[in-house]
Ligand binder design. Structure first.
Ligand SMILES: Cc1cc2nc3c(=O)[nH]c(=O)nc-3n(C[C@H](O)[C@H](O)[C@H](O)COP(=O)(O)O)c2cc1C
Length: 218
């Protein structure tokens, strides 16, 4: 089964980035497991999306056939990002923690892809996500530990991603967490061992999506 895998990179740290190293590892592992798949990368650092503005909001709330040239131009980047997301079966997101949340480049991507009528709609009983049967793998890296201990309430990175992705229907999410990286060599080693374990589990869970796709196709 051939999958389309979309990788979203948001760390500005280049080769020193932990999330980039781990997302590369996820992609390598997916390439081995699903060799016929198609891989697409959106790098939010080398090709950042702009902050949304008033023209953008006017554009997305105007029917496509009624948009003038300026409104069309204002939503063009968003349309492309949404098309990529709709086409993907697996979405791998590199999400460093910066100042207790996600990098602003990744927030800008969320602002461009949460689109009424394209990635969510308003159903009879409230908003409904339209991105179904997709797998998300979030690679998170952070200096301290937030899954337990005194800082759990300071984690605005993982809850924000779960909520925004879930709002679009993307609720099948595996988190790979390299956390506690600023706690010394031993803590770092523990973090990477845990991340590797979670990475294997996340890639294995894509096989379930693969069999769903196969049964849908047959
Ligand atoms: C600007 C900046 C802000 C950071 N803020 C936090 C933070 O709020 N909490 C935390 O635990 N680690 C924080 N860190 C540590 C990063 O989460 C850690 O370095 C991680 O590896 C970043 O992912 P990356 O290497 O892919 O960029 C921060 C690092 C930087 C450079």
């Amino acid at each position: 089964m051939a999958l389309t895998v979309l990788t979203i990179a948001s760390s500005p740290m280049g080769e020193r980035s932990v999330t980039r190293k781990l997302t590369d590892k996820v992609v390598d592992s997916l390439k081995t497991t699903f060799p016929d798949s198609h891989f697409v990368t959106r790098d939010l650092v080398t090709a950042p999306l702009p902050h949304i503005d008033g023209l953008f909001v006017a554009g997305v709330f105007t029917r496509p056939e009624d948009r003038n040239e300026a409104l069309q131009a204002a939503v063009a980047a968003s349309d492309k990002a949404v098309d990529e997301l709709i086409a993907a079966d697996v979405i791998v997101i590199g999400a460093p923690m910066y100042n207790f949340g996600i990098p602003s480049s990744l927030k800008a991507w969320i602002d461009h892809v949460v689109r009424m009528g394209r990635t969510f709609t308003n159903g009879a009983s409230g908003p409904e996500g339209l991105l179904l049967n997709k797998k998300v793998i979030v690679v998170s890296a952070r200096g301290h530990v937030y899954t337990a201990g005194p800082y759990t309430a300071w984690d605005h990175q993982e809850p924000q991603l779960r909520t925004a992705l879930g709002f679009m229907g993307l609720s099948n999410i595996s988190f790979i967490r390299a956390e506690g990286l600023q706690g010394g060599a031993e803590a770092s080693e523990k973090a990477f061992t845990q991340a590797d374990q979670q990475l294997s589990e996340a890639v294995n869970s894509v096989k379930e999506l693969d069999s769903t796709k196969s049964s849908l196709a047959s």
